[in-house]
Ligand binder design. Structure first.
Ligand SMILES: [Zn+2]
Length: 525
């Protein structure tokens, strides 16, 4: 997430536990006190000495219960959220309770039903634990910290079980994915080494386009906050879509240059940190003055963006930084606040279009702000640097779930649905550019808002020509409204919809997803 967790940190203790926790547990055997000799079956063995692993300490409470301590971010004890560890040497039907006792955050989606994810050797696909097995409460022990307890029943003696805060997406996984892309030898995809991290890991840059001359440019970054693994699934969804043979992807490659930095903080990801780099910096607070030795990856990305911004051959139009959010549902965006109303309205167009393409994206949760604490973020810094035809956003997605218009309960995100959101983000650029090129230089001076029927009627003159139609489309997106039946009749459009009829449109009970399909069709049509 983008915002400061200063308030959370104040209410939780500063240190990770009784002792400073600096390393991960390494094949730690939890034999009952007083038990000597070789561990027997059922004496659990905890381990977090692997990539993106995090578990700092385990306390034996009873044969059935263990207190677990998150290892704080390297060089920054304030952040303790991400955990990722294995348990082995279990007995079949062994029931245990794990208490994670030193989270640095108090507000959490655990209160809303979020649960840790689990997999095991014989079941390698990650799943969320049932919410009924998870409890989140303020504990009288542990300095009244918030504790997340979950019950688990081991069922296969030879399996190694792995538990994590959310679906892990490691540095190595990204490297394998990028290598597999490279092996396809796609003429429109280029992978470059933009720089190295403090620990000499790769900072990769992908360029996806058919030709780099005189084009609009979209810049996307992810994983500045290393524990926000959903951002990587979204980023992979964007890349998968853009390199695909989908007709929308082909058109986008012809008209737009996409530059993507999939992992801005590779050391933090590798180390199993939640928010910081190896040296304990929240890189998303250092955009104003990144140092080449303390923040080399950020420094390299900033240099590239500044340089592209000065290049008259390209027009940098979008900067989107992808994050995950620990207290909100759905996908949503943060944008900047501007003095000019017209610029504010233009900035709202992309999130509105995305809302129509992605049922899990919420425009109502999208907000525009200028908080002081966010001054060093990529969105805020670049919002000030780039000219007024550029848009800078933070794209956030819930660590847990989304609500759609028709759903009565939150739908937990999976790896696949995170990637689907990424594909929908990519596809939305075509909606944006189609819309934009139709109405180039003709954005209405006063943009009509939803419900302002006279304005609507004025736009929808029976003699509607192509220009008026595009004005109406722009209006409709900005107003966030679906055109009324009245508007449609005024438009005199011959409805050639294959799957929807006018009577469907007038049916008020029609599902909103169908409505958004119509709107999408309408915008693309
Ligand atoms: Zn973040």
């Amino acid at each position: 997430m983008e915002e400061s967790s200063v308030r959370d940190a104040e209410t939780a203790s500063e240190a990770g536990g009784e002792d400073a926790l600096v390393g991960n547990v390494n094949k730690l055997v939890m034999s009952p006190p007083g038990c000597s000799g070789a561990p027997r079956k059922g004496h659990l063995v905890f381990d977090a000495c692997f990539e993106s692993g995090n578990l700092g300490r385990v306390d034996y409470i009873s044969e059935f219960e263990f207190d677990l301590f998150v290892r704080p971010d390297t060089c920054n004890p304030r952040f303790r959220v991400w955990f990722n560890f294995t348990v082995e040497n279990v007995c079949e039907t062994q029931r245990v309770i794990f208490n994670v006792v030193n989270f640095s955050k108090t507000k959490s989606l655990y209160r809303d039903g979020m649960a840790p994810v689990v997999k095991s050797t014989s079941r390698p696909k990650w799943q969320r634990l049932p919410a009924k097995n998870v409890y989140y409460y303020r504990c009288p022990d542990h300095r009244r910290n918030y504790v997340m307890s979950f019950a688990f029943c081991f069922d296969r003696e030879d399996d190694v079980y792995q538990f994590a805060y959310c679906y892990p997406y490691t540095y190595s996984r990204l490297q394998h994915y990028l290598a597999s892309l490279e092996r396809r030898n796609l003429p429109y995809l280029q992978r470059e080494l933009l720089g190295l991290s403090v620990q000499q890991r790769r900072l990769d840059l992908l360029t996806i386009t058919n030709s780099e001359r005189g084009k609009k440019l979209v810049f996307l970054t992810a994983r500045v906050h290393p524990g926000e693994s959903p951002a990587s699934f979204i980023c992979q969804g964007v890349i998968d879509f853009l390199v695909s043979q989908h007709p929308v992807a082909r058109i986008l490659r012809d008209h737009v240059i996409f530059k993507i930095v999939p992992m801005l903080n590779p050391d933090g990801v590798y180390l199993g940190n939640y928010r910081c780099s190896l040296m304990g910096f929240d890189l998303n607070r250092h955009w104003q003055d990144p140092s080449p030795w303390a923040h080399p990856t950020l420094h390299a990305v900033k240099q590239l963006i500044v340089q592209m911004n000065q290049d008259p051959r390209v027009s940098l139009e979008f900067y989107i930084d992808v994050h995950a959010h620990s207290t909100m549902l759905n996908g949503f965006m943060y944008g900047n606040v501007f003095e000019e109303e017209e610029r504010v309205q233009r900035q709202a167009v992309f999130p509105r279009l995305l809302c129509q393409n992605a049922a899990d994206f919420s425009f109502s949760s999208t907000s525009f702000n200028r908080d002081v604490v966010k001054a060093g973020t990529g969105r805020r810094f670049l919002g000030g640097l780039l000219d007024d035809t550029s848009y800078c956003y933070t794209l956030e997605v819930s660590f847990y779930s989304y609500m759609t218009a028709g759903s009565t309960a939150p739908v937990p995100y999976t790896e696949e649905t995170y990637m689907r959101l990424g594909r929908n983000v990519a596809r939305t650029f075509l909606d944006y550019y189609k819309l934009n090129s139709l109405v180039q230089d003709s954005v209405p001076a006063h943009i009509q808002r939803e419900g302002e029927e006279p304005g609507c009627q004025a736009l929808l003159d029976p003699r509607t020509d192509r220009f008026k139609l595009s004005m109406f489309k722009m209006w409709n997106v900005i107003a966030g409204g679906f055109f009324t039946l009245h508007c449609l009749q005024k438009l005199h459009i011959s409805l050639t919809l294959k799957t929807f009829t006018l009577s469907d449109l007038s049916n008020r009970r029609m599902k909103s997803s169908s409505r958004s399909k119509i709107t999408t069709w309408f915008l693309l049509g």
